[in-house]
Write a protein that binds this ligand. Structure first.
Ligand code: HEC
Ligand code: HEC
Length: 250
């Protein structure tokens, strides 16, 4: 498409105004609470107290639900937990179900603090340090296609061609770069997020990922997420069995 120079500048200015100058580099410049929480020293006991609130949906084990309503949080990189929680709290990622529990007043009250007694960023630091160390569900929700089926193989190939540069060889993600661990996550949750990211509904998504997956059909999406839901998780990250119960809440 050819555009007149004037028009091009106008488009650029409008784009800038609309997204506050956000570019690939701007995607992770939340600053504020995210940066603050990353630097604070976490306290385990407070983390346990705050997490009790979260467990109403994410379960005491941090495993979420196989049907994908609630994501598994256990084992997620701490940087990712902090970014996502900070984005949700800043309403930069829509999550109306969670707001009543995660916005300032609620996260404080629920963990027994009053305004002025502690900074919310401290509670974010505490709870995320606790969650990241929880062992993961050894039986996460998986897609339909078992290893050996053509769809499994196609999903594996799509993954290798489009996802490894960020999410790693087997979906392990990257702590330093804020890329989520997606191995061991529930299929239905990932499918929803992937679709929202592709279609621009998840507002805090990495713009490079959005670009990378634009051409994915619904079937491609199902096949690649089928593969990530079945990607191997290292034994050390997993709970010993699906009957495991979090001993911190006896
Ligand atoms: C009322 C239910 C509910 C409660 C309570 C709740 N959450 Fe959530 N949380 C959700 C839902 C639903 C999602 C997924 C939203 C979506 O599909 O985009 C989510 C997503 C998240 C995510 C993003 C995960 C990812 O993989 O990107 C994080 C992090 C998170 N919650 C942390 C917490 C913490 C910490 C608490 C406690 C302070 C908490 N949640 C309390 C419902 C809840
Ligand atoms: C350029 C880097 C990049 C590429 C390429 C990429 N992703 Fe992502 N992906 C991310 C980042 C960063 C997030 C977290 C977005 C955010 O900040 O909210 C994410 C989020 C996700 C999520 C949601 C995770 C959660 O816990 O909510 C899924 C599922 C996902 N990616 C799957 C994929 C798959 C499958 C591919 C390949 C087809 C892919 N991604 C390619 C960077 C990337």
């Amino acid at each position: 498409m050819r555009t007149k120079p004037g028009l091009k500048y106008l488009t650029y200015a409008v784009a800038l105004a609309m997204c506050g100058g956000a570019s690939a580099a701007g995607w992770n410049e939340a600053g504020g609470e995210q940066d603050e929480a990353m630097l604070l020293t976490p306290d385990r006991e407070r983390g346990i107290a705050v997490y009790e609130v979260c467990s109403a949906c994410h379960l005491l084990e941090g495993w979420g639900l196989k049907d994908g309503t609630f994501p598994q949080l256990a084992g997620q990189h701490r940087s990712v937990l902090i970014k996502q929680l900070a984005d949700i709290r800043a309403r930069n990622r829509d999550n109306p179900t969670m707001y009543p529990f995660a916005l300032d007043d609620q996260i404080m009250a629920a963990s027994g603090f009053h305004e002025g007694e502690i900074k919310p960023a401290q509670l974010v630091a505490d709870v995320t340090a606790y969650i990241t160390k929880l062992p993961m569900n050894p039986e996460n929700g998986k897609g339909l296609w078992a290893e050996g089926t053509p769809e499994f193989e196609q999903g594996k190939k799509l993954y290798a061609d489009n996802c490894t540069q960020c999410h790693g060889d087997v979906g392990e993600g990257n702590e330093e770069k804020f890329y989520p661990r997606i191995q061991g996550q529930h299929y239905n949750y990932m499918l929803r997020q992937f679709e929202w990211i592709r279609d621009g509904k998840r507002r805090n998504a990495n713009p490079d990922m959005v670009k990378q997956i634009q051409e994915f059909s619904d079937k491609d999406m199902q096949m690649v997420i089928n593969w990530t839901s079945r990607a191997p998780v290292s034994k050390g990250m997993l709970a010993p069995s699906a009957d495991y119960q979090n001993p911190d809440y006896d």
